[in-house]
Design a protein around this ligand. Structure first.
Ligand SMILES: [Zn+2]
Length: 460
């Protein structure tokens, strides 16, 4: 150890001296201003950004942001270069620190500052940061205003929401090119589910995407950004705060209990289509009927629920079975013909000479108890028809009679369906909406089918 470096005992002695003396002199965050040079704040780290590299005409270096909060308010601090490298590893979300000698300046760019403060802090070489080891119960932890997942449907694009859900699916890590920067970004989609079995996709970025390990854990995200992509989805931003399995929150405890006591880990694996789900026949003990589903929804406000049913297709709406769709990756929007061989996609805002057919199947299914209207999207409808939408339309082009025969061949075919049901209001009337998520044709003599029937009898 070099002569100029104090030994560990001296550091801790200084630290405890600091801890005992500094308390009386702390200033509330809301009182910080540029005319106040001597101050110490005592505040909890509620957000810590990644250590990022920057480069421009003046050079290059590192930068990170951190948000401190006490009961008076919050303020953002930024560290550049040496200060970024020094302070970034010391700070930890959830811990309380004393901070002094950081420069107080007006907020430089509101777009990069999430706090309500008019000023922000810059960490410099004189800044002093010490963790508060005493009782910190008086410093508030992050407060959440959770929006139920179903209600996110009523939020607008780019709204910020606090969301709580159990992670029912974790997608692969992917790399995309950032629109504004042109740089490669790592992203990962995770699916969150709440007690109503409502689900939503949350996109994580960079470090958070790379290190996420939260399957079947409780995930909270403060300030997730609503996107209109694919129905509604959420994206974490630099303003967001992600927590995995923080069971200090009563809402998180309740969700944990619900998930475990309903054996949801197994059920979500079955509905998410991940490899461990096996096939639909393995769900034999959880089949229900249209009659039971309607009873369950009668006069209630419950959100979407998932079921397995055994039913026949009674009727398909043959006129509107397919639509002309945009060929861009991940864009499934309908295109309109805007000239000869020109198709315009409103969502992408561009014209193309190509389109692709996709299914939007609507029809009517029957089981022994009731009948039910359903919708099936492209993938499932292809399974039901045994043809892609493009193949079906080619068949129709060749022969209307063959097309009609193909539709007839589906009628009264029996399937095991995985369905998602919810109540929707149409012309002031409540009606049950059913989307088919998976379909498996019943082969009456197959061993799997016989075993399923046996099990159903056992349960009855
Ligand atoms: Zn498009």
């Amino acid at each position: 150890m070099g002569e100029g470096t104090p030994g560990p005992s001296l550091v801790s002695a200084k630290r405890s001296l600091f801890n005992s003396q500094v308390d009386k002199a702390t200033l509330e965050i809301k009182s910080l201003n540029p005319y106040q040079n001597k101050y110490t704040i005592r505040a909890r780290v509620t957000h810590k950004g990644e250590l990022r590299s920057w480069s421009n005409s003046r050079g290059q270096g590192k930068v990170f942001n951190v948000t401190f909060e006490d009961k008076s308010g919050d303020i953002q601090a930024t560290g550049f270069n040496d200060q970024a490298e020094k302070f970034h590893p010391l700070l930890e979300v959830g811990k309380v620190f004393y901070l002094s000698h950081a420069q107080v300046k007006p907020v430089h760019n509101r777009a990069f500052n999430q706090t309500s403060h008019n000023y922000e802090l810059t960490l410099n070489q004189n800044s002093l940061l010490v963790e508060c080891l005493a009782n910190t119960d008086d410093v508030p932890t992050v407060s959440y205003q959770f929006t139920p997942i179903h209600d996110i449907n009523f939020k607008s694009d780019k709204d910020a929401v606090d969301v709580l859900g159990v992670c029912s699916k974790v997608s692969e890590l992917r790399e995309v090119i950032g629109k504004s920067t042109g740089k490669a970004l790592k992203k990962r989609d995770v699916t969150l589910m709440d007690e109503n079995e409502s689900t939503i996709s949350l996109t994580l970025w960079q470090d958070q995407a790379e290190t996420f390990e939260g399957l079947h854990k409780i995930v909270t995200c403060k300030n997730a950004v609503v996107s209109d992509f694919n129905g509604k989805s959420l994206s974490a931003s630099f303003k967001s705060r992600l927590e995995v399995e923080n069971l200090d929150l009563p809402e998180a405890q309740a969700l944990r209990k619900w998930f475990d006591s309903n054996n949801m880990a197994r059920k979500t694996a079955a509905m998410s289509g991940t490899p461990q789900s096996g096939n639909i026949d393995q769900l034999h003990d959880e089949f229900t009927s249209f009659g039971m589903i309607n009873l369950e929804f009668m006069g209630t406000q419950i959100n979407a629920r998932y079921y397995n049913v055994d039913a026949v297709i009674a009727h398909l709406n043959g006129d509107k079975l397919t639509y002309k769709a945009c060929t861009e990756d991940n864009c499934k929007a309908k295109v309109t013909e805007s000239g000869s061989n020109t198709y315009f996609c409103k969502k992408c805002g561009k014209s193309d000479s190509k389109f692709t057919y996709r299914y939007l199947m609507r029809g009517h299914a029957l089981d022994v108890t009731d009948h039910q209207w359903f919708t099936a999207f492209d993938e499932v409808a292809s399974e039901i028809m045994g043809l892609s939408a493009t193949e079906l339309m080619a068949l129709k082009d060749r022969s209307d009679a063959d097309f009609a025969r193909k539709l007839d061949s589906i009628q009264y075919e029996r399937y095991l369906f995985r369905v998602k049901c919810n109540m929707e209001t149409y012309n002031d009337e409540n009606r049950l909406k059913m989307v088919i998520l998976k379909a498996a044709k019943v082969e009456p003599g197959s061993p799997a089918h016989i075993e399923r029937l046996r099990n159903a009898l056992k349960d009855a």
